[in-house]
Ligand binder design. Structure first.
Ligand code: AMP
Length: 249
């Protein structure tokens, strides 16, 4: 079984994001970048499936500028076997990314695609859903557990009312939730080994996919500033403020 794991390069989750002064987006110059945290979880899960003897190969794919190779190398150092880099400086929408992933998943004949449930920069939460739809494959979204079995995959999803268990057929697409696993750190020998692992380079045109934009960002703004908190001296004063000032009780 082959597993494809799409990994996205995003602003490091520990960095405080700043909105550009012209409000066209967020500041990207000299900002530390990293693998999207949900994609790290996806790589970890693919590696665990392989280590359990249920997969032969874990292939990474990243779509974006030259520097995506750093993200790819991180995933290769975690243990993935090889990667595909679709190089482009264009602004990417989930539909275009999903079309490229479809082309690669078909070419590689992958049985399972594990994506992050969302990228923390654009918060789209769309690519996995679109990919499953355009490939005509079952989707397991926001999974917190996955198990390979003869019928395909048994997955557990975290839903409002608790946990939902579903059996889906193979080939399939799944997206990772936060509690699926805790990703490993790459060891130094594995970081060295990763330098020699192959990265195939393609362009969107090689895959027959246009990156033409259909969604335009109008404006990006900081969230409204919160008023400073006040100390209250008693429970009675708190109740009085909640009732008469905040008017929430
Ligand atoms: P999104 O729909 O943008 O929130 O992204 C959900 C998931 O789709 C990510 O966690 C990745 O697994 C995948 N993905 C989105 N954009 C890219 C990209 N440019 N390259 C590789 N994978 C991506």
């Amino acid at each position: 079984m082959k597993i494809l794991v799409p990994v996205k390069r995003v602003i490091d989750a520990n960095i405080r994001v700043r909105v550009k002064s012209d409000h066209t987006g967020v500041e990207m110059n000299n900002v530390k970048m990293a693998m999207n945290p949900f994609c790290e979880i996806a790589v970890e899960e693919a590696l665990r499936i392989k280590e359990a003897g249920n997969a032969d190969e874990v292939i990474l794919v990243s779509v974006g500028p030259t520097k995506c190779q750093e993200t790819i190398r991180t995933g290769l150092a975690m243990g993935a076997d090889r990667a595909v880099h679709v190089e482009t400086d264009d602004t990417l929408e989930p539909l275009a990314v999903a079309k490229m992933l479809k082309a690669i998943a078909k070419k590689e004949e992958t049985d399972l695609v594990i994506l992050g449930k969302q990228s923390i920069d654009d918060d789209n939460n769309q690519t996995g859903q679109i990919l499953a739809a355009i490939m005509g494959r079952p989707l397991g979204s926001y999974i917190s557990e996955i198990e390979k079995n003869d019928a395909g995959f048994m997955i557990t999803r975290e839903i409002d009312a608790g946990l939902e268990k579903l059996q889906i057929t193979s080939p399939a697409v799944v997206t990772t939730d936060l509690r699926l696993n805790e990703p490993r750190y790459a060891s130094l020998p594995n970081i060295m080994k990763a330098k020699k692992k192959p990265i195939e380079k393609l362009t969107p045109a090689d895959l027959g996919v246009s990156t033409e934009q259909r969604v335009q960002t109008i404006e990006v703004n900081d969230p409204p500033e919160r008023d400073a908190g006040v100390m209250v001296s008693s429970a009675a004063e708190l109740v009085e403020k909640l009732r008469n000032e905040a008017k929430v009780i």
